[in-house]
Design a protein around this ligand. Structure first.
Ligand code: ZN
Length: 504
């Protein structure tokens, strides 16, 4: 049996086991000494690491197997990159008063139980750039990516060694004798950052982000034709095109939070007013009938992984909703919209699809919020695909409309105004989260999205100014959060990690 045993305990009662920016993480080191032990010190470390690993060809001439299109495994090597996004240490033994008066390097502990409390404050931004200068720090990066100064990332697991963000408390009891191994213990904890998008809240409230795609049902006939009392000999019924847009609207910046009702709405927008689809008595002519035959909502997840100059973009999809059935809408029901046609400047007409069609499109609890570190960038897109048909018969004739837009996934931990102001007031070049108002060019061409923009008080305004460079953050006093304790605790509870997170 080992003469002594050391363990780290983190107090999780108050914070539901998940910590966020500005939290104080408290705990204690428990040391059980069974026979006398001589120590130099006991050091507690708070650490957060962003670690990546990629398999890359050993040299540029590595051969690709023609059949599989992959490199021969023998020609591959592993490259790793680790950035320490959070680092702090405290010496809990010998106590400070002893250290200041004593030159002694060695302290003997008699058998018994010892407890050494510690506490650390978790800051707002990462400390990657300065951590390399600390006394106890080592430069872990061989060929480092440029350091990104940004808000601390969330714990991130489930991608194995390819990409992970881990936070933990580590304790080392340094034995005086070089022949004795030091006592060590490790305890991971979950980090979920506060929601911060770098925007003034007043700027957000009056803007809507939208993505719109046009559809035309060609050469359509009305279901009911009006015939005057004295009909002409031959009844001529003219066909007409039925143009409309399918549009998704999100707040600005477009943001989704796990476990809450979807923060978007779906609309059918018509360039023509409702009278074009009505008979003179006000009844529908049937010309403007649109059948929604399917609806799916997917979250597209992209993880950009960088390791020693090598990059890999890994994509996956999480289906949030899949509906197939028939939901009928009629353009005779459209109302004048505050939105205008971006080409003609004419007012548009719209109707909203019921929320009940997609209310189950809820993000799962474990989806990490969007984040960026020096070597990992996690981004999301929302893809809403809708089948529209001019007939109720079947889905076969349906046209598929895809609306794709960049979204931020938030943590669900709101920030109070006061807290936000303090973060804003201590800016020194910290990277702001990217605001997502435009899809990438490739999205436009591949998805043929007609229009993506930000609408402000009825004017389509897709112009987008980069926000000024943002802050580094030193210390902010803990303030009330912007949500109730219950909501805050719920958000902390839900963010569970893959089992990989808990292994050393
Ligand atoms: Zn870094």
């Amino acid at each position: 049996m080992s003469p002594s045993d050391i363990t780290v305990h983190i107090d999780t009662r108050e914070k539901a086991g998940t910590f966020t920016n500005f939290d104080v993480i408290r705990g204690y080191v428990a040391l059980t000494v069974t026979s006398g032990i001589s120590l130099n010190h006991i050091l507690v470390k708070l650490e957060g690491i962003s670690k990546t690993e990629l398999l890359v060809p050993k040299n540029p001439s590595a051969r690709v197997d023609k059949e599989t299109g992959k490199y021969d495994p023998k020609e591959m090597k592993r490259v790793e990159e680790t950035h320490r996004v959070l680092y702090n240490t405290v010496m809990v033994f010998p106590p400070e008063n002893v250290r200041t008066v004593s030159k002694q390097k060695e302290f003997t502990l008699t058998p018994g139980e010892y407890k050494y409390p510690f506490s650390f404050k978790i800051l707002f931004a990462n400390d990657c750039t300065t951590s390399l200068k600390t006394t106890f720090g080592r430069d872990l990066v061989l060929e480092t990516s440029k350091h990104v100064h940004a808000q601390l990332p969330p714990s991130f697991s489930g991608m194995g060694n390819t990409a992970q963000v881990k936070y933990f408390i580590k304790v080392t009891a340094k034995r005086s004798s070089l022949l004795r191994t030091n006592l060590r213990s490790f305890k991971p904890f979950v980090m979920l950052p506060l929601d911060y998008n770098g925007l003034d809240p007043s700027e957000e409230s009056n803007k809507i982000m939208f993505v719109r795609r046009s559809v035309v049902f060609k050469n359509m006939l009305p279901a009911i034709v009006e015939v005057k009392p004295a009909p002409p000999k031959r009844l001529m019924v003219k066909t007409s095109d039925v143009p409309f847009y399918v549009e998704a609207r999100l707040g600005f910046p477009a943001c989704l939070a796990p476990s809450t009702v979807p923060a978007f709405s779906l609309h059918i927008v018509s360039p023509l007013p409702s009278r074009n689809y009505r008979l003179s008595n006000g009844d529908t002519s049937g010309l403007g009938a649109i059948y929604i035959t399917s609806l799916s909502v997917d979250l597209l997840m992209t993880t950009l992984v960088i390791a020693q100059g090598h990059k890999s973009e890994l994509k996956s999809v999480e289906r949030l909703l899949s509906f197939s059935g028939i939901h009928e809408v009629d353009l005779c029901e459209v109302k004048e919209s505050t939105a205008k046609d971006h080409k003609t400047g004419e007012p548009l007409h719209e109707l909203e699809l019921p929320q009940s069609l997609f209310q189950n499109a809820v993000l799962k609890d474990h989806i990490p919020p969007s984040f960026k570190t020096c070597n990992i960038n996690r981004k999301y897109q929302l893809c809403i695909a809708c089948g529209v048909s001019s007939t109720a018969n079947n889905g076969k004739s349906a046209q598929k409309v895809e609306l794709v837009t960049d979204v931020r996934v938030s943590s669900g931990l709101s920030m109070s105004m006061a807290m936000r102001e303090q973060v804003e007031s201590s800016l020194d070049g910290m990277e702001r989260p990217t605001l997502l108002t435009r899809p990438t060019t490739s999205t436009i061409s591949s998805m043929r999205t007609d229009l993506v923009g930000v609408s402000e008080t009825s004017v389509v305004n897709s112009s987008h100014e980069e926000p000024p460079a943002l802050p580094s953050y030193e210390d902010v006093l803990w303030q009330d959060t912007a949500q109730s304790d219950v909501e805050h605790r719920k958000a902390r509870w839900r963010y569970q990690q893959h089992e990989q997170h808990y292994t050393h």
